[in-house]
Every structure is written in C-alpha cells, then in structure tokens.
Design a protein. Structure first.
Length: 106
C-alpha cells in the first residue's frame, strides 16, 4: 500500500501569470481483500500567495501534478503528511474490520 497524492483542482489568478491561489488535494490508498476493495481518502485545500517575481516561481504552463503535490506536502510539513497518511491507513483498517455495525435489534 502506498498513499497517492492527487491534485483535484486549482484556483488561479485571471492575470497573465495565472498564479495558484488554492490547491485542492486528496490522499488515497486502497487494499483489495478477496473481491472487496477497502479505500481510505483524506482531502484538503491549501492557500498560496502567488508571486511571479519570486525565486523558484513555476509558471502555469510549466506546472504539473508532482510539483503541486510537492507544494502541498511542504505546506503541510512532514508531521502532518505522516498524520494524513496514517488517517488513510486507519480508514482502510476500519473498512476491513469495522468497529461498529448497522441494524435493528428486532
């Protein structure tokens, strides 16, 4: 199992720089047991202040998902990335062995 970080959407400025203002993301993993796929997903959104004159600025036309995912992980920090990935794993574990069930007693 390995958590996949996906950029689900970007909000950008309407000027010629198209600087990223918000990046929506999800971290997902799954495990197949028999014919059942158990999935865990955590999502969020990070905010940015684009500055086309800043060192390391990446132009809109040069952006790719790996670059933005790197920004997300840097913004979150390694401790929070670890917590997010642990939450994904916990969801999968809960799906495989639920701690509660639904039903009526009658």
């Amino acid at each position: 199992m390995a958590v996949t970080w996906t950029i689900t959407n970007l909000e950008y400025t309407n000027d010629s720089d198209k600087g990223v203002v918000h990046a929506a993301w999800s971290a997902t993993d799954s495990e197949v047991v028999g014919e059942v796929t158990h999935t865990g997903t955590v999502s969020g959104m990070e905010s940015y202040t684009p500055d086309a004159s800043a060192e390391g600025y990446v132009a809109w036309d040069s952006l790719d998902e790996a670059t933005v995912a790197g920004w997300i992980k840097t913004t979150l920090g390694s401790d929070e990335v670890t917590r997010v990935e642990a939450k994904v794993a916990a969801q999968i574990a809960e799906s495989k062995a639920p701690s509660t069930s639904w039903g009526v007693a009658w």
